[in-house]
Design a protein around this ligand. Sequence first.
Ligand code: ATP
Ligand code: MG
Length: 554
Amino acid sequence: MAERPTDFIRQQIDRDIAKPDGSKDVITRFPPEPNGYLHIGHAKSICLNFGIAEEYGGHAYLRFDDTNPLAESDEYVDAIKRDLAWLGFDVANRVTFASDYFEALYNCALELIRKDNAFVCSLSQDEIRATRGTLTEPGTDSPYRNRPVEENLDLFTRMRAGEFPDGAHVLRARIDMASPNLNMRDPVLYRIRHAAHHNVGKAWVIYPTYDFTHCICDALENITHSLCTLEFEDHRPLYDWVLDNLSLNARPRQIEFSRLGLEHTVMSKRLLQQLVTDGMVEGWDDPRLPTLAGLRRRGVTPRAIRDLCRRAGVTKQDNQLEIELLEFCVRSDLEDSAPRALGVVKPLKVRLTNYPQSNETLQAPWHQREPEMGTRPLPFGPELYIDREDFTFSPPPKWKRLSPGSHVRLRYAYIIRCDEVVTGADGEVSELLCTYLPDSRSGSDTSRVKPAGVIHWVAAHAAEPVQMRLYDRLFRVRDPKGASLMDDLNPASLVTASGFLEPAAATGEQSHFQFERVGYFHRDPVLPRTFNRVVSLRDSWRPRQASAGSRKTP
Ligand code: ATP
Ligand code: MG
């Protein structure tokens, strides 16, 4: 059991619930906009919000922030729910939508108008932008800023009734056009949008903005701690202003933390969308994407993602993680849990010239250190496949694989010696003629021959042809960005190999394997006879601190 994390957010919560007159409740929410798929950055926010709710005996909502009908859809709603469930968070009866509160939000807007804290502005979007000022210059007041309350009420009611086209009017807060914080310069609270909404259909033609909606939904759900990423820090004064000027019962506290980023990939929904629509990847669940759907399909486990988020921690500092850390988390998880299997990526035929013209069936453990996983039958015969990379004509010093005249052990089976190399017309090696040592069988070896090393193999008569999808980093640079983004895509991010797999693994039910000496693989949930490489076996990441976790090597 991992220790309970401590970070500045949990420390703030500890102080809040320690106040003698304060509430002991801790209620949080994860508020995605259903305009794309969740990615691993969202996982950090999910782990934080749901983790805190669990630790403090509170609860967390999944609230869809669906205030922009043009970008949102049920496809995304369903995908987000699926991803949360997969990550291991049960939100069954705490799923809400900002659109559930449209009537309440409308009433809050009326309240602000009545208090002369909001007005209907008839400037165009461009005019509003042009009069907003800059970081160094104050903005200018809208000519509609002093509209009488009654006129504002009348216009706003008619906006709702659908009397005006898109863009004719907006509702704006009446705060301060000279505020040093641009978000406080009479921000827009409502705009007219004649568009069908995925949840409420055509019931509304005015839609509230994020800044107006979010704080009110938080208050209506009695959220105590509204945890969001740093880009909302400058919006906090507005968050507080809206709540201070409304007569709502709850007063949530907004706290910001830094976004999680990952090297060799992009995380913005806009860029992910672009990769999908431009056909650079095969869809939102492409195993090269940092989306949760993509990671799941690749074979990254929820445990590995939660481990990564825990190691990333919660701070206000830059949180760009090395991709090696994710790979380390994946290996740490699969190391113990994934059964082993023999699979050959680039097959090279081996003929055993002294093996009888029959087959035999050996037994091999699914996992050598986890005997409770049991064993599987492993067919053996006179013709085998080994990986091309395990043979060379001219071995470098300390070569631990096969070469002319050398001995190697076939994993779980016999020692063989390479006697003759057959090459095709193109000069490529087409077949190896070898002899096997009948008394060298693994577990009962009396041959006294010391092989150069151990290699993997598959018996030809029982080999199952499979596609092995060898995934690599999507971008070749650590920090892809800017105009050259698409030039930095890694052309070798997907290499497909036609390999062979031992039958027990190819036809069984298990989802994950370590193909020995090759890497961790995941049975593709969609394509038949296809295995995705989750991660290679080589581990290049070292925890920065000894306490970051124990290192395991395969
Ligand atoms: P966009 O604003 O471009 O649509 P977004 O990634 O902010 O994209 P949201 O759906 O608004 O998407 O995100 C939902 C929640 O997840 C927000 O509270 C946001 O702060 C949080 N979040 C988004 N990206 C990250 C990230 N990389 N790391 C941590 N939290 C994130
Ligand atoms: Mg956002």
